[in-house]
Design a protein around this ligand. Structure first.
Ligand code: ARG
Length: 463
């Protein structure tokens, strides 16, 4: 069968090896609904402009809807000779309608057609991602109440640093996810621009109305330069960057909870439905979902690299290289959506091991900074207080004690003016947490305010 793109200039069929090499139907078939939606809008516009009759439009629309049903039911066979999804649908239309079907491709090229399909697909994908990000934010928010009052050690350099409320940790993730959502929204604005009618590269002499097509497809505006339209895949790169950032956030979280779920940490119990066992060690409950979330981020970041390298050497305008944009684009969306879908029940269903956490909160001198600040409040310069508390920690370490277990003499040894009875009041993780008062800190009042403000933003009922 000769393909729709082989005009009279060719005297024979394409070599079979090229057909196999150049086909994209094996992966772009998933654009069929978007392709048909674009074609119906295009045909409606052609009829509005008097380029097609209303009757021709009605036939084309009805037939395209029928073809969509065939593909839904997997009844339209895909053949590599027909290259891509655009050709399959157009050929099926021509098979059914003859010359009327042959008119659909008026004032359109596959170059603006694929750009349109992809933008519609990416727009839908971004909306799904945003919905899941919001669900994950809600999952963290519900944990804030579940874990109210629980204190965790915060780490810097992976060393115990200062005590914080567990809710403060969850709010940190809500912030990160919120930046992800802002990036999705911003990227969506540049995705939501209509390329259709740019034709191959120079536009067309046919009297089309591109604004009407854009409106019919829910695009916010019309792309202004036909050469740019034919070549532009910035929206694909940008959306995969946004996905890479999300995957990076998820990967960091996964790493943290993998560590927290170890016997060594003993901070969290993951829901067993999302863990696997070992074929040889019967005691094992492995955090595979989290490990795979961390691992799959590599694929998403790899897709970003693939797209950038794909584009970096391309002159204007459409080049067939662009066909290779789809596998990394699709894979990045599929992967991030799957990771987010699993993150939601894991965040909701994991249980903090409060007893095991609190038993060890007096390890690691988490209250040293609070002690230093209490001393500074008495007028001692920060550098001096820092040095003296360091000396107290050294004494405590030597005696294998916590700071609050130091004697009055120990305090005096470091500074004759230190009053153990007074300084002890600022020690212990509860005192330290209660003392935080700066905006953005883990102070209980501030954390409560943040929870309330996120409840409002995410429209979660307050109890
Ligand atoms: N399958 C092609 C792609 O994904 C569609 C556009 C083909 N255009 C062309 N002039 N051969 O890029």
């Amino acid at each position: 069968m000769s393909s729709l793109s082989r005009s009279g200039v060719f005297s024979g069929d394409m070599d079979q090896s090229l057909a196999k090499f150049s086909e994209s139907i094996s992966f772009d078939h998933r654009l069929y609904r978007h392709d048909i939606r674009g074609s119906i809008a295009h045909a409606r516009m052609l009829a509005q402009q008097g380029i097609l009759t209303q009757d021709e439009f009605a036939q084309i629309e009805a037939e395209l809807i029928r073809i969509q049903g065939l593909i839904d039911r997997k009844e339209l066979p895909f053949k590599i000779e027909l290259e891509d999804i655009h050709m399959h649908i157009e050929q099926a239309l021509i098979d059914a309608l003859g010359d009327v079907g042959r008119k659909l491709h008026t004032a359109r090229s596959r170059n603006d057609q694929i750009a349109t399909d992809l933008r519609l697909w990416v727009r839908e994908g971004l909306d799904t991602v945003d919905r899941l990000l919001e669900e994950l934010q809600r999952a963290y928010l519900s944990r804030c109440e579940q874990d109210a009052g629980v204190i965790l050690p915060a780490y810097t350099h992976m060393q115990r640093a200062q005590p914080v409320l567990a809710a403060h940790y969850w709010l940190a993730y809500i912030e990160k996810l919120n930046r992800d959502r802002l990036r999705v929204a911003d990227c969506r604005r540049r995705v939501n621009i209509c390329p259709l009618g740019g034709a191959a590269v120079a536009g067309t002499s046919m009297p089309i109305d591109r604004h009407l097509t854009a409106e019919l497809l829910g695009f916010e505006s019309v792309a202004a330069n036909s050469i740019d339209i034919s070549s532009d895949r910035d929206f694909a790169v940008e959306s995969v960057f946004v996905l890479s950032m999300i995957a990076t956030h998820l990967s960091g979280w996964a790493e943290e909870w993998i560590l927290w779920s170890t016997t060594e940490f003993g901070f969290i119990k993951l829901p067993q439905a999302f863990c696997t066992g070992s074929s040889i060690m019967p005691q094992k409950v492995n955090p595979d979902t989290l490990e795979l979330t961390r691992g799959k981020s590599a694929r998403v970041i790899g897709s970003l690299q693939t797209l950038l390298v794909l584009l970096k050497g391309l002159p204007l305008a459409y080049n067939r290289d662009l066909q290779e944009d789809k596998p990394p684009l699709f894979d990045a969306f599929d992967t991030v959506i799957a990771c987010l879908e699993l993150a939601v029940p894991i965040v909701r269903g994991s249980v903090l091991q409060v007893e095991s956490i609190s038993k060890r909160l007096d390890q690691g001198y988490l209250d040293a900074t609070a002690l230093m600040e209490a001393i500074m409040m008495q007028g001692v310069p920060q550098r001096t207080a820092h040095h003296k508390v360091g000396a107290l920690v050294a004494i405590a370490k030597e005696q294998n004690k916590t700071l609050s277990q130091l004697s009055d003499d120990d305090f005096r040894k470091v500074d004759s003016g230190f009053d153990g009875a007074i300084l002890r009041k600022s020690l212990g993780v509860h005192g330290a947490v209660a003392s935080y008062r700066s905006y953005g800190s883990s102070g209980p009042d501030f954390v409560t305010d943040q929870i309330a403000s996120w409840k409002k933003k995410l429209q979660v009922e307050s109890d």
